[in-house]
Design a protein around this ligand. Structure first.
Ligand SMILES: [Zn+2]
Length: 227
């Protein structure tokens, strides 16, 4: 090989290394500044942050803010209010990590299932996550977490695992079902995060919403990092 050619290759390698270093450092700097100077990640993880920042997540505000569509109820509690509060907390947590998050509807609004499917199928989002709460025929009969996916098995799995770690819940499984998200092409999951008419689950759903949101956000972030 001629000397000029070797010099050319060495220059290209050095330029490439400098570019990677710039990307890694700039994403690290953004994260540090975003949290008021407190480093969130170790330097070696910052390239992962850079990748996660490219993803867009669509969170579904389950059911609707109408008297008829509150989901399941138990005494003074209803599914919609609890699930939506947890969904909004998940949004905040993901955004704090620099992830682009949007909601299918704002609080006080209604949205049709056709519109949910249309939004989730649009190229604007990488993930669609809909958070619901379960109910069983008999009180205290059902407990734990299950998910319904068309192609989001890995995403569902990671979120369920985090909820299991947090609350020691039973993994009730991931199913392909007739729910509307079966018509959603991209990676989607519909989660049933506990039973409202089970005393243990209800106590968690009402009193530990931050822990719920943290666990769900951890599962989503883990999935984003794995890609
Ligand atoms: Zn529901």
């Amino acid at each position: 090989m001629k000397r000029g050619k070797i010099r050319g290759i060495i220059t290209k390698v050095i330029t490439g290394m400098l570019l990677v270093l710039t990307l890694v450092t700039s994403s690290f700097t953004c994260k540090v500044w975003a949290r008021g100077g407190v480093p969130v990640y170790q330097l070696q993880e910052s390239s992962i942050v850079y990748k996660v920042n490219q993803k867009r997540v669509l969170l579904d505000m389950a059911h609707a803010d109408t008297a008829l569509d509150k989901g399941c109820s138990y005494g003074e509690y209803n599914e919609r209010d609890i699930a939506n509060k947890i969904t909004l907390k998940v949004k905040q947590l993901l955004e704090a990590e620099g992830i682009d998050v949007e909601l299918t509807r704002n609080e006080g609004e209604t949205i049709s299932i056709a519109e949910r499917v249309r939004l989730a199928n649009s190229d604007n989002y990488d993930y669609y996550i809909s958070i619901h709460i379960n109910s069983s025929g008999t009180e205290n009969q059902g407990t734990g977490v299950e998910a319904y996916s068309c192609a989001g098995w890995s995403l569902s799995n990671k979120i369920i695992k985090e909820l299991q770690k947090e609350f020691n819940y039973k993994n009730r499984g991931i199913y392909e079902s007739g729910f509307y998200n079966k018509r959603i092409n991209n990676r989607s999951t519909l989660l049933e995060i506990g039973f409202l008419n089970n005393e243990y689950d209800r106590n968690n759903l009402v009193n530990h919403q931050t822990e719920y949101a943290n666990a769900i956000a951890r599962g989503i972030i883990e999935q984003l990092r794995s890609e």
